[in-house]
Design a protein around this ligand. Structure first.
Ligand code: ZN
Length: 223
């Protein structure tokens, strides 16, 4: 089912869309571009025992929130109630559950807005993400961080499935891939998102998150 979630008026190369185009983001042309030549695991690991795990999770989660919000904002004009009537990625539709646990259907831009508002409120709440020295994290901290990471994953997955072409047109696929790889390695390191949630993007995760071979500094790989 090609082109299910994006509507492109013209194909950039004038070719008819092949079936595999639905995974445009898996094209080696895009995945071969590795911005960082070092092991992402070193970047996400808790630096020393001096740093509290919760502080590390809080600071990284806040950074990912800001970066993913920024990445989404680059394509947000293309993500409308018409183009994206549901929050989709692969064959999954994400539904929003309100504070009373009621399932609600919303368009992708509405869903992203709910996610960003929810996360913004959490990360700026001094009782949940304390920034002052000596202030304790609440017992619910870990489960809230997991919730935030799951929502942020939905946004990234939607960008890949529905707005990758627009990201490429803006030449921001390198940023997106780097952000995605960093995020995935981080959530894996601390078991923050269930594998059953991230499995829809496993093929990309494998390509982008695999450590580079030790002798290879030549990024070009043959198809
Ligand atoms: Zn969209």
């Amino acid at each position: 089912m090609n082109g299910r979630w994006w509507k492109s008026k013209t194909k950039p190369n004038g070719k008819k869309a092949p079936a595999e185009e639905k995974k445009h983001y898996m094209d080696p042309e895009y995945t071969k571009v590795r911005v960082m030549d070092f092991d992402l695991k070193d970047l996400v690991a808790l630096p020393t025992k001096e740093i509290d795990l919760n502080e590390w999770l809080a600071s990284n989660t806040t950074t990912f929130f800001n970066l993913i919000n920024l990445q989404y904002s680059t394509i947000s004009e293309f993500c409308t109630g018409d183009t994206c009537q549901a929050m989709t990625a692969c064959n999954t539709i994400y539904y929003w559950y309100d504070e009373r646990g009621k399932k609600t259907k919303c368009t992708a831009p509405q869903y992203v807005d709910l996610v960003m508002t929810f996360v913004q409120k959490l990360v700026t709440d001094e009782d949940i993400f304390p920034t002052k020295y000596g202030k304790d994290f609440p017992n619910s901290f870990e489960s809230l961080v997991k919730k935030v990471c799951r929502y942020l994953f939905h946004v990234l997955a939607h960008i890949y499935w529905a707005h990758f072409k627009e990201t490429v047109a803006l030449e921001l696929q390198g940023h997106l891939n780097t952000l995605y790889a960093h995020f995935i390695v981080f959530v894996r390191e601390f078991n923050l998102v269930e594998p059953k949630e991230t499995c829809i993007m496993d093929d990309l995760s494998e390509v982008l998150c695999a450590p580079l071979p030790p002798h290879s500094h030549n990024h070009v790989t043959e198809r």
